[in-house]
Design a protein around this ligand. Structure first.
Ligand code: DGL
Length: 267
């Protein structure tokens, strides 16, 4: 297989990264894509750094065995805790979600007040805070862990009353700091973007890093002349547990249900 035709590997702890898969496919429909959702271990956001690094390395190894040309960590928690470890062991270029999201937020904010909502692990790592401060030291950054969103989304409770109540509780805290921009610092959150927007109001801009990540991937491959030039791209999706369930819920994050999801247990 020529270098350009090799697939791009993308992974997340579960469904959330499908929001990235969708944008990558939309922007580069010719690319072959392999996705891995670690449903056996979701959520990553409440686990230790060591555990998330171990899971991420195993997945990276599996995807590299599929002859990928690039690896996208479509998970904020794994990007925050494990990107350096994965980069160290990987033979292919690795892109995470934190830098593109921070870059986009810094471009959008006018009042220089940026809020980050994410998993506990991502918030604790301060990865967004550091990335934002590197872009502009003057930014006022508030961070709010929102751990219940991931299990609610993985349960498919997208427009349920209970998710609305949880959103009201978390976002009341967020609004107190008067941000004009909120980073959805977890790839699961774009699935409930409409609900979040309804709760915080239309004047607050929501940063969904999927688009900026897809753009960064395209830019990188194009600069290195690694884009696939002809033919429609193929997509292969793996889950480490309950592939049927994953397939059923995939429509929430991917927009339409995935046709096939294969089981791949790693540990
Ligand atoms: N979607 C992931 C993230 O962006 C992981 C959520 C989780 O597994 O806790 O952080």
């Amino acid at each position: 297989m020529t270098k350009n035709n090799k697939p791009i590997g993308i992974f997340d702890s579960g469904l959330g990264g499908l929001t990235i898969l969708k944008q990558v496919h939309k922007l580069m429909p010719k690319e072959n894509l392999i996705y891995f959702g670690d449903t056996a271990h979701v959520p990553y956001g409440s686990k230790s750094k060591q555990t998330v690094q171990e899971y991420s390395l195993n997945i990276a190894k599996f995807l590299e065995s599929k002859n990928i040309k690039m690896l996208v960590i479509a998970c904020n928690s794994a990007s925050a805790l494990a990107i350096n470890t994965v980069k160290k062991h990987s033979k292919v270029p690795v892109i995470g979600v934190i830098e593109p999201g921070a870059f986009y937020a810094n471009q959008k904010t006018k009042n220089k007040r940026v809020a980050v909502i994410a998993t506990e692990a991502t918030i604790k790592s301060d990865a967004y805070k550091k990335a934002l401060k590197r872009l502009d030291k003057g930014l006022k950054i508030s961070q709010t862990p929102s751990p219940l969103f991931v299990p609610l989304i993985e349960e498919g409770l997208i427009s349920d009353k209970i998710t609305h109540m949880v959103a009201e509780k978390y976002l009341a805290k967020v609004k107190k700091n008067k941000p004009d921009t909120i980073i959805l610092g977890c790839t699961h959150y774009p699935v409930i973007k409409k609900l979040i927007s309804k709760v915080v109001g239309k004047n607050i801009y929501l940063i969904d890093s999927a688009e900026s990540v897809a753009k960064k991937v395209k830019q990188y491959l194009s600069n290195k002349d690694m884009l696939k030039k002809t033919g429609a791209g193929k997509m292969e999706v793996f889950a480490s547990d309950s592939p049927e369930r994953f397939k059923k819920l995939s429509k929430f994050a991917f927009g339409s249900p995935l046709k096939t999801v294969k089981l791949k247990k790693l540990i």
